[in-house]
Design a protein around this ligand. Structure first.
Ligand SMILES: [Zn+2]
Length: 134
């Protein structure tokens, strides 16, 4: 192991150092904002993107690991519906014979065969019934 690697490992020892969901969201959002700022010629968006990038770095190098884990947990709890929606959409793209819907009460992903018209879907997790076009 060379000297630089040793120094980096020593520096990161005891720090959060994770690219968790919140950090990935910060970095992707900042890149989108900076690109938009360049296209739309608005420096405010660029500043917002820069602030998000600094926040991601701050979280990455933070030594308060418990607080960072809790922030990420709260973020994941708040965005569970959105993440499941996009997961259902991607499952629908991969599987052309089925449609995927979210249960309106528990947000479980429910698979429905395609081409059956309007069907009543019963959630396998909570038992809630709802009708959707298949
Ligand atoms: Zn349900």
């Amino acid at each position: 192991m060379n000297k630089l690697q040793t120094k980096i490992i020593r520096f990161m020892n005891g720090r959060y150092g994770k690219a968790d969901d919140l950090n990935v969201t910060f970095v992707i959002s900042s890149l989108v904002l900076i690109l938009l700022a360049n296209v739309l010629k608005t420096p405010v968006l660029s500043l917002l993107g820069f602030i998000l990038l600094v926040l991601a770095d701050y979280r990455m190098f933070s030594k308060n690991i418990v607080k960072r884990v809790n922030e990420n947990r709260i973020f994941r709890e708040k965005t569970v519906v959105l993440r499941r929606f996009f997961k259902a959409r991607s499952m629908g793209f991969k599987d052309s014979s089925s449609r995927y819907y979210l249960c309106p009460s528990c947000h479980q992903i429910c698979r429905v065969p395609k081409g059956k018209g309007k069907v009543d879907v019963r959630c396998p997790k909570c038992g809630t019934s709802f009708s959707r076009k298949s």
